[in-house]
Ligand binder design. Structure first.
Ligand SMILES: Cc1cc2nc3c(=O)[nH]c(=O)nc-3n(C[C@H](O)[C@H](O)[C@H](O)COP(=O)(O)OP(=O)(O)OC[C@H]3O[C@@H](n4cnc5c(N)ncnc54)[C@H](O)[C@@H]3O)c2cc1C
Length: 457
């Protein structure tokens, strides 16, 4: 069979799926994306996210960087404040002066850019097809819950953190774990907040964590305030709890931030539309990423907690690397094995980096007290060490270099060595996202609370 006539089946049309579609079209494959939901449904979920410099650089290779940047706005710094209103410090988001800087945009806008570009590149989309089974012979065949099926030369599982493809290739795979936090995001118009452009403000409330930024004004109309809240909870909310009426959810959030200094309460009350609550999960990297002609990408393979701010960016890198491997390796199986070799160390490093900053609870009174005194020093040091984030944000893939094991080994060895050294040295210097920073600091508070309760304070 001619290499460039190979047919790829991609399961999942969220963020990773369309990017894999773009990358595989770039090397001449026919690509069909199957998603269990209606067209456009994926874009309705979640409010907004950040795409880091490394993700934008990968998106440049896919030809969508400019459109993604145009759909969002640059975000360059995070200010931390306590629930009592004290400003604790300011740290850069990523490496100061990096090109491209982290961008903030709605999930809907990002999804629309990726899907439009994929369609324009010739990727076919089939909706309302839920993968239930995979069969391998000369070809790989995807079976869907409605009894239909599709065959191709390779199958990419881009079906997210609760991946069915992952369960098929590894029935013993551990499920994702709830990380102790919920998430609610919103957009509030007409709030007159004096926040420098491109800055996030993160507030350590007494009972929950809150972050916000102001979108730039367009055509003289002031931008909305984009915000999120992370209510800490022992157990994940049930389906019924997640679906409780908007007024109940809003009131719960208002109570959570009622005793804190800051614009949280009016922002929650004034948000457009119905608020949506979600649980946050993370997947410590899957044991198996590939089996035969099947491979996992994006959250299906490695879902760092949202605190990493890297999910979309890692998916973009995956797409580019996967296409390089398929282009340069002699067989699909070798290409997928090579892909895992190239990607796993970096994905695991980012997951470890984010996991350090997870927290299960908001700090208690002692933790808050100590945190608010220590943080200014910690933040000053972090601001000074921001260049230490280069491994994360300045990762660049050389599209023209060969991904074949023989020709690419030197580069990979270097990267792996660098990863191991950095894992050892990983410390306060690396914070991937505003949410990551938030959770790091919440963790610090919690840790100090524990020390306080242990009698040392
Ligand atoms: C609260 C929160 C905040 C976040 N913030 C950020 C951030 O700031 N920056 C960032 O980069 N990342 C962030 N992330 C992570 C980011 O959203 C994910 O990493 C990203 O969506 C992963 O893309 P994906 O395509 O792998 O999975 P998804 O986007 O989840 O897409 C999976 C798709 O697969 C489909 N599907 C699932 N099962 C099947 C099946 N059996 N058959 C067919 N189709 C199926 C689904 O319908 C869906 O469309 C955040 C996540 C959360 C929850």
């Amino acid at each position: 069979m001619e290499r460039n006539k190979r047919r790829a089946l991609v399961i999942g049309g969220g963020l990773a799926g369309p990017m894999v579609g773009l990358a595989l079209r770039k090397i001449g494959l026919e690509v069909t994306i199957f998603d269990e939901r209606e067209a456009g449904a994926a874009s309705l979920e979640g409010a907004w996210l950040t795409v880091a410099g490394n993700g934008l650089a990968a998106m440049r290779i896919l030809g969508v960087e400019a459109a993604v940047r145009a759909a969002g706005f640059p975000s360059e710094a995070v200010e931390l404040a306590s629930g009592s209103g004290a400003v604790l410090g300011r740290v850069p988001l990523g490496v100061p002066g990096a090109d491209p800087p982290t961008h903030t945009l709605t999930r809907a806008a990002l999804h629309a850019v990726l899907v439009d570009a994929a369609r324009a590149a010739g990727v076919a989309f089939v909706h309302r097809r839920c993968l239930v089974r995979i069969e391998e012979g000369d070809e790989v065949t995807a079976h869907f819950s409605d009894g239909t099926q599709a065959s191709g030369d390779l199958l990419v599982g881009a079906d997210g953190i609760f991946s069915a493809v992952r369960r098929v290739i590894d029935p013993d795979a551990k499920p994702p774990h709830y990380n102790g936090l919920g998430n609610v995001g919103g957009f509030t118009p007409g709030a007159d907040l004096r926040l420098p452009e491109g800055t996030y403000r993160m507030v350590f409330g007494k009972r929950g964590f809150f972050g916000f930024t102001v979108a730039p004004s367009r055509n003289g109309v002031p931008g909305d305030v984009w915000w999120f809240a992370n209510p800490p909870r022992e157990a994940a909310l049930s389906r019924a709890e997640l679906a409780r009426p908007d007024a109940v959810l809003r009131e719960e959030l208002v109570q959570m931030f009622a005793d804190d200094v800051g614009p949280m309460v009016p922002l929650i009350r004034g948000a457009r539309g119905a608020l949506v609550a979600t649980n946050q999960h993370a997947l410590p990297t899957a044991h198996r990423w590939t089996k035969g002609r099947v491979v996992l990408v994006g959250d299906a393979a490695h879902a760092a907690s949202p605190s990493s701010g890297q999910g979309a960016s890692l998916a973009a890198e995956d797409a580019v690397e996967l296409a390089r491997c398929v282009r340069d390796c002699p067989s699909i199986e070798q290409a997928f094995a090579r892909f895992e070799t190239l990607r796993r160390p970096r994905a695991e490093r980012i997951i470890a980096h984010a996991a350090r900053y997870e927290s299960r609870k908001a700090p208690g009174p002692i933790g808050v007290l100590v945190r608010d005194r220590l943080l200014p020093f910690v933040l000053a040091r972090t601001a000074k060490d921001a260049a230490g984030l280069a491994w994360l944000h300045e990762h660049r893939i050389d599209w023209d270099a060969s991904a074949s094991p023989l020709e690419g080994d030197d580069m990979h060895d270097r990267e792996e060595k660098d990863t191991k050294l950095a894992m050892l040295a990983m410390g306060w210097s690396g914070w991937g996202s505003p949410v990551g920073l938030a959770i790091l600091l919440t963790s610090l508070g919690f840790l100090l609370m524990c020390v306080g309760h242990s009698g040392l304070f």
